[in-house]
Write a protein that binds this ligand. Structure first.
Ligand code: MEV
Length: 308
């Protein structure tokens, strides 16, 4: 059966600020979404119509990425929903990959650009970080300018994001999920309002952009101490943007005892946090004792893939 698959992601530095064009860095993680397609008289996703709000991203992907006859889509995802791990982006990218694979038009750049448009249509406002990480796999760095490793440019009005592949030396990441599902759209809208009204929020966004560049440089030279301190600082600035939450705070504090640094990852409020550590078992235990669910993640090396 034709299929497409794509990984989830965690953002290392730069969430929210990237929506305003600031740099951000993410790694794709080895939890994937898979979409299988077979012809059917009417469109279905796991048996439901595409008008079911649960399949808003799938519907938008079909509308942008397919001119052929209707299909029955089966969606399998190992990514927790609303957990800041890019589940919507992975499903969107996997759907577009399956559809482009069937029409013989698959290209990573085309998938990344269409997936960004899908997120934008469903969420109202977005950056390309989640969709590009799900498409490219490995490490992804979004910058204002083009540098070595340039993959593609994503544009929206005045904002242009230059998406790069970045190969980082090995490091260990633990993810802690709060279990609180937090939809990205309204959180991103809240940050926009704050940034438009409050110069301190605007300054926080700019500082997060600098932290991303410093953090990626530290990871590149395997300076985990500095990379961890910068994660802590990034987290504090996200709290200033008011996208933290009490549960995230407990998990971050618990993890820091066994980590170089820790921060919320993704849209925040609920969702997940990450810890940079070389004692992952201790960090996992600490996060679970604080009430979260925790696991180590490895970097996905494949990105979007067309199935047989
Ligand atoms: C969500 O994973 C990341 C945000 O920066 C939104 C986006 O970039 O589209 C909060």
């Amino acid at each position: 059966m034709p299929s497409g698959s794509a990984p989830g992601k965690v953002i290392l530095y730069g969430e929210h600020a990237v929506v305003f064009g600031e740099p951000a860095a993410a790694v794709a993680v080895d939890l994937r979404a898979e979409v299988y397609a077979r012809p059917h008289p009417e469109w279905r996703a796991d048996g439901a119509t595409l008008d079911d709000p649960k399949y808003a991203y799938v519907k938008a992907a079909v509308e942008r990425g397919w001119r052929g006859p209707p299909q029955w889509l089966e969606i399998r995802s190992r990514l927790p929903l609303g957990a800041g791990m890019g589940s919507s982006a992975a499903v969107t990218v996997a759907t577009l990959t399956a559809l482009q694979g069937m029409s013989g038009t698959f290209s990573r750049e085309r998938v990344a650009l269409e997936a960004f448009e899908v997120e934008l249509a469903v969420q109202g406002r977005a950056s390309p970080i989640d969709t590009s990480a799900a498409t490219a796999g490995r490490g992804v760095l979004v910058l204002r300018q083009r540098e070595e490793g340039f993959l593609w440019e994503v544009r929206r009005g005045e904002t242009a994001w230059q998406v790069h592949a970045v190969d980082l030396p090995k490091f260990q990441l633990v993810v802690g999920t709060t279990g609180i599902a937090a939809p990205t759209g309204p959180i991103v809208a809240g940050v926009r309002e704050r940034v438009e009204k409050d110069p301190r929020a605007r300054a926080a966004v700019e500082r997060i952009g600098q932290i991303t560049l410093e953090g990626v440089a530290a990871l590149r030279r395997s300076d985990l101490v500095t990379a961890g301190v910068l994660m802590d600082q990034n987290h504090a600035l996200l709290n200033e943007l008011r996208v933290g939450g009490p549960m995230l705070e407990s998990l971050v504090k618990a993890a820091r005892k066994h980590a170089y640094g820790a921060k919320l990852t993704g849209a925040g409020v609920g969702g997940s946090m990450i810890a940079l550590t070389d004692v992952p078992e201790e960090a996992v235990t600490a996060i679970e004792e604080a009430g979260g669910r925790a696991f180590t993640v490895s970097v996905d090396r494949e990105g979007a893939k067309v199935g047989p």
